[in-house]
Write a protein that binds this ligand. Structure first.
Ligand code: FEC
Length: 315
């Protein structure tokens, strides 16, 4: 039975996913490792990191819920209530991407658009989400299209540049000497052989934010590389901080450009690990506020979804 209007377009909002409890970490980690359970040591290490950031709460879940709700609200305002109906689909936790598509089908949706809560495209990130969504949509008889990237959307760039300016203002006298260090999740270096646009799009986002915020002193670095025994894109943020110190930089504003929420890779990898490394070397390190359900970010998502609906491939 149709639960939504017969002309409603389904919007599959896809995000990484996070465990639902401390007991759920093993299943989550096993899913990330494509069915291979982590060793006891790896499991302890990850559990310790979650415990360190928030002691058993998983902020990404609430933040993703908030983003889906806020995007629905924005689409209702822009296109009228009932024109677009948002569903959530997570990569590594329930509701999985396939669950979101199945929920659309059971509501009578026949046409859907997918968007991922990360702005830059890589075959290993967004490409993976889209492939799973497309396969399930084919099974369910839903016509599916995806937003590939929105890394230069003017609303996104403006929202991030405002956050950079606001954070730089808090540096006071150190402002002029502060380097803006853009960062994003590393990926296995083999993506370079695949002609993948990920690295170029991250640099393009960073350059656009720097230009909009009037920042001359900036660099890009990778973070959060996995321990898979194969090379990952570098340099890592800790190596970069070490190099910056050697060059005489004592003040850094970390600006994540591939993440849009407060979650483990920001709250632990930057706020705890990188901050401690910087403190030990006498570097003042701060970070911009994450976007979460920022209205301009929601406007960028809504416009990208509506653009695909209207036949525009990208921003
Ligand atoms: O707060 C949370 O609970 C989840 C935070 C989280 C986000 C995230 C985003 C990205 N990842 C990307 C790629 C990889 C690749 C591997 C990998 C592994 C992990 C592990 C955890 C984890 N990731 Fe993640 N990622 C988050 C969390 N990620 C935990 C496993 C332990 C560890 O390495 O720390 C390696 C998989 C393998 O073993 O083969 C590759 C990319 C993003 C950003 C785009 C997106 O959001 O999808 C790329 C958030």
């Amino acid at each position: 039975m149709n639960k939504v209007g017969s002309k409603a377009i389904g919007v599959l909002v896809m995000s990484y996913g996070t465990p639902d409890s401390l007991d759920g970490i093993e299943a989550y980690y096993t899913h990330i490792r494509r069915g291979h359970p982590p060793t006891a040591e790896q499991l302890k290490d990850l559990t310790d990191r979650y415990n360190t950031i928030v002691g058993g709460v998983f902020p990404l879940r609430e933040n993703t819920n908030g983003q889906v709700e806020a995007l629905q609200h924005t689409l209702d305002q822009l296109a009228g209530k009932g024109a677009y109906v948002c569903y959530q689909g997570l990569k590594h936790a329930a509701p999985f991407i396939e669950d979101g598509v199945a929920a659309m089908a059971s509501d009578g949706i026949t046409e859907a658009i997918g968007i991922v809560l990360t702005p830059q495209y890589s075959a290993m990130s967004v490409g993976g989400y889209m492939k799973r969504a497309q396969e399930e949509a084919d099974k369910q008889g839903i016509v599916f299209k995806g937003v590939q990237e929105y890394h230069l959307h003017p609303e996104l760039i403006d929202a991030l540049s405002k956050r950079v300016t606001e954070a730089l203002d808090r540096f006071g006298e150190q402002r002029a000497d502060t380097l803006v260090l853009f960062s994003a999740h590393s990926l296995p270096a083999k993506i370079l052989e695949m002609n993948d646009p990920y690295a170029d799009q991250l640099l393009a986002t960073s350059a656009a934010i720097a230009k909009a915020a009037g920042v001359d002193k900036w660099q890009f670095t990778w973070q959060s590389a996995g321990q898979t025994g194969q090379p990952w894109l570098g340099p890592d943020i800790l190596e970069t901080l070490g190099n910056l110190k050697a060059e005489g930089v004592n003040s850094v504003l970390v600006t994540p450009v591939g993440f849009v929420s407060d979650h483990l890779e920001v709250l632990y990898d930057i706020d705890i690990e990188a901050k401690k490394f910087a403190d030990e070397r006498g570097i003042h390190l701060a970070r911009i506020r994450m976007l979460n359900d920022d209205p301009q970010y929601m406007a960028a998502l809504a416009d990208s979804v509506m653009g695909v609906r209207n036949g525009r491939t990208n921003v």
